[in-house]
Write a protein that binds this ligand. Structure first.
Ligand code: ATP
Ligand code: MG
Ligand code: MG
Ligand code: MG
Length: 570
């Protein structure tokens, strides 16, 4: 591709709102542009890289025996009502109405759509097992879309769904997908861990996340230095040894939490879970706050609650003699803006008043001040008395691994993939059955498997860049070679560059040819920013048939006779 002919709008300066390397560089290298918060256009080079990631995943899916199809994005509300998720999913589900007022959702995920399809089309055990997958745009009205492609409201996902006749069959299908994910992510040049995960709102029992290690990740994983066992911290905390009730820490809470009972819980990530473990109806988890840190009320976080707005909250807090901390500070402390409780050691108590994410019902969560330990309280009335609370215990430095007693190491990471054994969670309520050997109807044993393709692309950039720009792994790079003609007006250079451009393409090597009439310095800076694996410069020695090669990862260039180039690149 001639650079003069395509659209690569590179920028010298960092965009002001970009907090992560991938966000900065993908904008600056002209790979993506925002349309509105969390919604991006893929420009020609960004789209090529995205398609490379897609190709790698597709190849691994096919190797694993999965079959590609494409489901709709527009789903009738009835479909989501069948599974119960129309109510459960909350405001992340984008909802709309047609001209007759009939309710629809934009697909955030496709368990319902695929179950409905397979229910109607696959009736016999003889057709099982079956694993179907698609690449598709997903829509999620994320509370905080951010970090460019890492958390979008419209993003590309590869999602696969397996259908089996038996739990053992599901185990085998799950294993095939798990292995395919490992292979695909390795080919993408990613450093990642497959970790035990919490099944969250999708449900199901067995589940793993594939987490790309990165300081900007919103997840924290604990990995055992002894046996390698790894889990996300929400799960690690539910390990029996790590969740011993901590009666001592209830003492300072005494008068602040009258009548409170200690309840153990795995990670609380939603009001639904909070309500389940506290045994309080979500409706009764009032918009209120509760605080505790070293026995003192300290901090409150109020997120855009419709009724309890910040001003009102501040007034209430002041009346309760509680100091308010800006959301930004607390989000940082919590480490996870998405989860209610971050796995970090808090120096202060934190209360979170939930917002529309929990459908406007609100709630209060209190974090105490020890690493790996959080106090959770729920205020069920407005004199700020927390009537129930419990301790959360996350894995903390010094904890023993539940497998071998080894020590945990903690890493920040980006969830790029997620595999679940769903069992019959969807097939039962949706009455999706097949006939077994004896002619009896049985629900399918299902699994679902997602990779965020666009997020993965950004995660690759997070792991592969330097101060000058992106450093693409070979399989993902938009082009293999960046051919640069130092001076567009030099006839000998034009002649050699044109010859190399044609020759490389003939041998099947993808080339971006910088034929623009720009200064060489500008072209080199762009080349570093774009990060293609090999820069080939046709410059001063063009008349001698000599070019300068510089792998993006090398510090210094070297010279090569032009005829040797194709062989070198291969
Ligand atoms: P997160 O915890 O980051 O919100 P999730 O657990 O909600 O992600 P899943 O429902 O497991 O996501 O979806 C499968 C995959 O889709 C995730 O592993 C991730 O790679 C990707 N994904 C999810 N949400 C987004 C998003 N808002 N933007 C980009 N990719 C996403
Ligand atoms: Mg999510
Ligand atoms: Mg997640
Ligand atoms: Mg997930």
């Amino acid at each position: 591709m001639r650079q003069s002919n395509t659209l690569v709008p590179t920028l010298r300066d960092d965009p002001s709102d970009a907090e992560t390397a991938s966000h900065r560089y993908m904008i600056r290298a002209g790979l993506i542009r925002p349309l509105v918060s969390g919604v991006y256009s893929y420009l020609p080079l960004g789209y090529r890289a995205l398609r490379n990631v897609e190709r790698i995943i597709r190849e691994e899916m096919e190797k694993a025996g999965a079959i590609e199809l494409l489901l709709p994005s527009l789903h009738p509300a009835e479909l989501w009502q069948e599974s119960g998720r129309w109510d459960e999913y909350g405001p992340e589900l984008m909802r709309l109405a047609d001209r007759h007022g009939r309710a629809f959702a934009l697909g955030a995920t496709h368990e319902e759509a695929i179950t409905a399809l397979v229910r109607d089309e696959v009736k016999s055990y003889k057709k099982l097992p079956l694993t179907l997958y698609q690449f598709q745009t997903k829509f999620r009205d994320e509370r905080r879309p951010r970090f460019g492609l890492l958390r979008g409201r419209e993003f590309l996902m590869k999602d696969a769904y397996s259908f089996d006749a038996t739990p053992e069959g599901l185990d085998a299908s799950y294993k095939r997908m798990y292995d395919a994910y490992e292979a695909a992510l390795a080919r993408c040049g990613l450093t990642f861990r497959a970790v035990e995960a919490d099944s969250g709102s999708i449900g199901g029992t067995d589940t793993h996340e594939f987490v790309a290690l990165s300081a900007v990740g919103e997840d924290t994983i604990a990995q055992c230095a002894g046996c390698g066992y790894a889990a996300n911290v929400e799960l690690a905390e539910s390990a029996p040894e790590a969740a011993a009730p901590d009666t001592a820490s209830s003492a300072p809470a005494g008068d602040r939490f009258p009548g409170g009972a200690i309840v153990e819980t795995p990670g609380v990530r939603s009001i639904a879970q909070l309500s389940a473990f506290l045994g309080i109806e979500p409706k009764r988890i009032v918009k209120s706050i509760a605080l505790l840190a070293d026995g003192k009320p300290v901090v409150a976080l109020v997120r855009g609650d419709r009724e309890l707005n910040e001003t009102k909250a501040k007034r209430l807090l002041a009346a309760a003699n509680v100091e308010m901390m800006p959301e930004a500070d607390i989000a940082g402390k919590l480490g996870s803006a998405a989860g209610f409780i971050g796995p970090v050691g808090l120096k202060a108590g934190v209360a979170i008043v939930a917002d529309e994410e929990v459908r406007g019902m609100g709630g209060a969560v209190v974090g105490a001040n020890e690493p790996g330990r959080h106090r959770v309280g729920v205020a069920a009335d407005r004199d700020f008395r927390v009537d129930r609370y419990g301790d959360l215990r996350t894995a903390a430095p010094g904890d023993g691994c539940r497998r071998c007693g080894g020590e945990f190491r903690f890493h920040k990471g980006i969830e790029v993939g997620h595999v679940f054994k769903l069992g019959t969670k969807y097939s039962e309520p949706m009455r999706a059955t097949f006939l077994d050997e004896t002619g009896k109807p049985r629900p399918y044993w299902m699994g679902c498997y997602g990779i965020g393709v666009s997020r993965l692309l950004a995660a690759i950039v997070e792991q592969h860049h330097d101060e000058a720009g992106i450093v693409w792994p070979a399989e993902v790079a938009p082009y293999r070679v960046h051919l640069i003609q130092a001076s567009a007006r030099d006839a000998a250079q034009t002649e050699l560059a044109e010859r190399l451009y044609a020759g490389l393409r003939q041998t099947g090597i993808s080339v971006l040819y910088d034929d623009r009439d720009e200064r060489a310095g500008v072209k080199f800076a762009d080349a570093d920013l774009l990060g293609l694996p090999l820069r080939v410069t046709v410059g001063k020695r063009a008349a001698d048939g000599v070019v300068e090669c510089k792998p993006r990862t090398a510090a210094e260039p070297f010279e090569l006779e032009a005829p040797e180039l194709a062989a070198y690149v291969r």
